[in-house]
Design a protein around this ligand. Structure first.
Ligand code: ZN
Length: 308
């Protein structure tokens, strides 16, 4: 289909307009606490979170979402999606507590950084290398350069490991200098979703997340969890240390981490973490301010709601 044949987006039909207008009376849109929460701990960012491949091709950026600055949702977008899309426009480095930081809005997912004795532990290095690298460099600018002392994948979805080679060299892992920690069943889950079902899954993920659609109130607005998926180099370094049992504890770069298994939850292989020294709990993607997709039309495994 040529560009000229591509149908242009249509205005909302009357039934859609009426259904969306009715939402305003049913939800507390005046409650702006989420916006305050999203600002908390902000340290700095890149202009428009613009991140490019070395060829110059853009792999991520927020400039095209400027239309979301409008307060009121247009009649083509559900008001809750509009609000979530505005919240997801925040990007940059945030302090969770002193010693724990997050890079948000550089991909659909967030990357967490914990300062240890020797360096920094990277948790969930995004979908692709360029955003993960840009996030780590942003962290270095604000907190000082230090080695990556460990990598942890909370679960088997690609937005939690695909950018790993942007933050650590495979040789350093192979040489035993940097452990890579993941939940039991991690590699099998990746093989099922990304290799065996890979081509179909990637194709359908484009329909699910709409990364190739023009952005706008009649185009791609948001993907709920984040804006959309980044399009840089996807990589994988296999774990060197698998967590098998509840309450397994590791001291990683001097930081005590207590693990809790959460298989067949938001992902087939997933785990939570507690960091006693910081009083912080990391629930991976089982707790968030949006509802997980339960039956994802990209074909990933159905999420069993009764088990959660
Ligand atoms: Zn996930």
């Amino acid at each position: 289909m040529s560009q000229a044949d591509t149908p242009s987006p249509r205005p909302a039909q009357a039934a859609v307009q009426a259904a969306l207008a009715a939402v305003h009376g049913t939800l507390p849109f005046a409650d702006r606490q989420d916006f305050t929460d999203a600002e908390r701990g902000f340290l700095g960012t890149l202009p428009d979170a613009a991140i490019a491949h070395e060829s110059g091709r853009s792999v991520w950026g927020m400039a095209d979402y400027a239309f979301l600055a409008a307060d009121a949702a247009p009649d083509t977008v559900h008001p809750s999606l509009w609000r979530q899309a505005q919240l997801n426009c925040r990007h940059g480095l945030f302090e969770v507590v002193p010693g724990i930081y997050q890079v948000r809005g550089f991909d659909i997912s967030s990357m967490t950084l914990i300062e240890g004795e020797r360096g920094v532990i990277v948790i969930d290095p995004l979908i692709s290398c360029e955003p993960a690298r840009a996030g780590l460099e942003l962290y270095f600018r604000h907190r000082g350069k230090r080695p990556v002392s460990a990598v942890i994948y909370t679960h088997s979805h690609v937005d939690h490991w695909g950018g790993v080679k942007g933050v650590v060299d495979a040789e350093e892992v192979a040489g035993g200098r940097v452990p890579v920690i993941a939940p039991s069943g991690f590699v099998e889950a990746i093989a099922q979703e990304n290799v065996l079902a890979g081509p179909a899954m990637i194709r359908r993920a484009h329909y699910q997340f709409g990364p190739l659609l023009p952005k706008g109130p009649r185009g791609q607005v948001d993907a709920g969890l984040g804006k959309t998926t980044s399009s840089g180099a996807v990589t994988l370094i296999a774990p060197t240390d698998l967590i098998q049992r509840d309450l397994e504890t590791r001291r990683v770069d001097g930081v005590e981490i207590v693990f809790l298994m959460a298989p067949d939850s938001e992902a087939p292989a997933e785990m939570h973490m507690y960091y006693p020294a910081f009083g912080c709990l990391n629930m991976a993607e089982n707790t968030g301010k949006n509802v997980n997709n339960l039956l994802r039309f990209r074909g990933a495994e159905v999420r069993e709601t009764r088990a959660r």
